[in-house]
Ligand binder design. Structure first.
Ligand code: SF4
Length: 427
């Protein structure tokens, strides 16, 4: 379908050996997801039940909100608060009542758990049920955990969307459900492409407002826009929905294959598909080519961080000519990542989980041209002369679908160009 690209490898990496590591990890926690989720859901509020550390994390990660009426906050539990568990529940009820009285615009309230042991002991599911009953029908109260003990930062979104699934009304309609919190402008582009293809009705999870929440049932077809939504997908499948597997919509090839899988599912004919996709594909290809000049032939090493590593490795190796040395990911969900793995030629080490010291040994031995990693590792690696890219930028920057494909490639080209300039400057 993409005749300018190499043919897909005969055997991709779907069944390649997996190096599993369980050691010290360097990742952000799931609370980080609130930063993009609160922008997406315009009538939601995220109340973190946590410690002062959680409050600081949110404030620094979401500092941009300082001038706006915030849609997240932290109910801070002090060490002694849980001497009586009942007192903590009462305090939470009072806190929520005060918040909802002050903010009638809030229609969905998420109680977000965190990892301090005092919070873990607090039954937030029960609190959400109790508060939902008290504040219905105007406000729906749900809960999920953003704890940093088991997760990486993108799992916060997965846990949030999973918590919403049982609340979705039932339907028998044959509808497409796009799952994943995309920036509105990017979501609008996807909806326009799908409308031009005649695919619909299309709903989105999360919806921008509670009144637009999708319905779900046995004829719902699910298209993921992010690879880290395994628990949400499982919850939708329990409601009867069916996943349409495909590569993730990154780059020209990923977007085309993602759309093609949906076109096949909804019976779109080939001529129409070509007509609708030809121009945006050509634009994407041209934009990628500009950045790929810097990327071609360069090596890349992924530390496990955003869970976007597999589809990005597919994009960078196939569409930008890079060579992947290691593709590390916090969790490998083979059913979701399989179509992307099929397109990655054998060669790179595929690793899941992390033992950060061992992985640092491997990156130092390999000395890749570019290392994708978390903020905590980037500075020390830069000091050792390695060019790095912060994985977290990839979830804060619009990178999906055709119109963003060039920007996605440019995100990886920039640190390499900067390093070249520094070299020239120092010469
Ligand atoms: Fe830290 Fe845990 Fe709070 Fe995250 S949830 S900020 S890891 S204390």
């Amino acid at each position: 379908m993409s005749d300018h690209l190499p043919p897909p490898p005969e055997t991709g990496c779907r069944n390649a050996p997996l190096l599993k590591e369980r050691g010290q990890r360097e990742v952000f926690c799931g609370l980080t997801g609130i930063v993009w989720l609160h922008r997406k859901m315009q009538d939601a509020f995220f109340l973190v039940v946590g410690s002062r550390t959680c409050a600081h994390l949110l404030q620094s990660a979401a500092g941009v909100m300082i001038f706006a009426e915030p849609r997240f906050g932290t109910a801070i539990l002090e060490e002694g608060d849980l001497a009586g568990m009942k007192d903590a529940q009462d305090e939470l009820d009072r806190e929520v009542a005060r918040l909802l009285e002050r903010r009638p615009d809030i229609r969905q309230l998420f109680l977000v758990g965190s990892c301090p042991s005092e919070v873990i002991k607090l039954d937030l599911a029960k609190a959400a049920q109790r508060l939902s009953a008290r504040h219905a029908p105007h406000v729906r109260v749900m809960n999920y955990s953003g704890s940093g003990i088991e997760t990486t930062f993108t799992q916060g979104e997965d846990a949030c969307l999973e918590a919403m699934v049982p609340e979705l009304p039932a339907t028998d309609a044959h509808e497409l459900l796009l799952v994943g919190a995309l920036p509105d402008v990017v979501e609008d582009q996807a909806l326009q492409l799908l409308a031009d293809l005649g695919i619909g009705p299309v709903r989105c999870l999360p919806a921008r407002r509670v009144d637009e929440m999708p319905h779900v049932g046995p004829n719902t077809r699910v298209a993921l826009t992010q690879p880290f939504l395994g628990d949400t997908l499982a919850a939708l499948e329990r409601r009867g929905a069916r996943h349409v597997p495909s590569p993730l919509p990154f780059g020209e090839e990923g977007t085309t294959q993602w759309l093609a899988a949906l076109a096949a599912e909804f019976g779109v004919d080939r001529d129409r598909f070509e007509r609708v996709t030809a121009a945006p594909r050509a634009r994407a290809r041209k934009a990628i080519a500009a950045a790929a000049e810097t990327l071609r032939g360069r090596s890349i090493f992924f530390f496990p961080d955003s869970q976007l590593e597999v589809p990005l490795a597919r994009f960078l190796t196939r569409e930008c000519g890079m060579e992947a040395i290691e593709i590390g990911t916090p969790f490998l969900h083979r059913a979701i990542a399989g179509p992307d793995l099929d397109l990655i030629a054998p060669g790179p080490t595929l690793s899941e989980g992390q033992d950060v010291d061992l992985q640092l040994d491997r990156v130092r031995a390999a000395r890749p041209d570019l290392t994708v990693c978390g903020l905590g590792l980037a500075n020390p690696l830069e000091a050792e002369g390695l060019a790095t890219k912060w994985a977290i930028e990839l979830v804060f920057t619009p990178v999906h679908f055709y119109e963003q494909a060039g920007d996605l490639a440019a995100l990886f080209a920039r640190p390499l160009r900067r390093k070249e300039l520094l070299k020239v400057g120092a010469a």
